[in-house]
Design a protein around this ligand. Structure first.
Ligand SMILES: N[C@@H](CCC(=O)N[C@@H](CS)C(=O)NCC(=O)O)C(=O)O
Length: 232
């Protein structure tokens, strides 16, 4: 049976969620086929009887699971014969640590750079909700006011990425010789940016570009989707 994955999409059909992206990689890692069901921000509360507020959500037969970590654990527990996402509790713990770091230091910065872009690319019927909910988090500034200083934030973002550059000096992936869930988390962040971000995040000589290419090429080019340039 094919798993259904609810995917948050922009008006142009591109995926607007870094968390959905990591689950697309996780499903591909496990060799599980899935159908993506595109939804907008304001559709999410109507899914699965109104049980959930965020995507990713999967439906696997009669089972529904929301939250990327819950889904990753469900996939490993349910599909034991398929390649595991976490080969040990220790690997899972390290991926969890990486997720915390990447969320705080990188995704937050990307959000601060592309928040107005996300709004402008959202489906028209989702834009008022997105503006209202995000402006409530931005300390009284409009999305446009918030986006004003974003060029200066690029340098901070590039600087904050140096632990990833350091790790990738000695291995092709954050997971070592092969990609693991930490790579999927980070690739998802960049794919989210590529969907909407109208300024390139990385410099042309950034070594992360090689890793991005390797990561986008995984699983028959899962990440080679239409996007804005990530590199200046
Ligand atoms: N902790 C959740 C976070 C998921 C999340 O924040 N999803 C966002 C999209 S990237 C969402 O569904 N937002 C709905 C909204 O803002 O109303 C996970 O890992 O799945």
């Amino acid at each position: 049976m094919t798993i259904r994955l609810y995917d948050l999409v922009a008006a142009n059909g591109r995926s607007l969620s870094p968390f959905v992206w990591r689950i697309k990689y996780a499903l591909a890692h496990k060799g599980l086929s899935f159908e993506a069901a595109p939804v907008g921000f304001t559709d999410i509360p109507k899914l699965c009887g109104g049980k959930y507020k965020t995507v990713p959500i999967i439906e696997d037969g009669a089972t529904t699971v929301c939250d990327s970590w819950a889904i990753a654990d469900y996939l490993d527990k349910t599909y034991r014969d398929a390649p595991t996402l976490f080969t040990s509790p220790q690997e899972r713990a390290m991926a969890h640590f990486f997720d915390g770091w990447f969320g705080l230091e990188i995704m937050n910065r990307i959000f601060q750079i592309n928040v107005a872009d996300i709004h402008n690319h959202a489906r028209p019927e989702d834009q008022p909700y997105f503006r209202q909910s995000r402006e409530a988090r931005l300390g009284g500034k409009t999305l446009e006011q918030f986006a004003e200083g974003r060029d200066a934030r690029l340098d901070e973002l590039r600087y904050a990425l140096r632990p990833m550059r350091a790790a990738l000096l000695s291995a092709p992936f954050l997971g070592g010789d092969t990609a693991n869930y930490a790579d999927y988390i980070a690739l998802g962040g960049f794919l989210w940016a590529g969907a909407v971000c109208t300024i390139p995040l990385l410099k042309a000589d950034d070594k992360l570009n090689d890793w991005l290419k390797r990561g986008f090429d995984l699983y028959d080019g899962i990440g080679n989707v239409e996007r804005y340039p990530l590199t200046a």
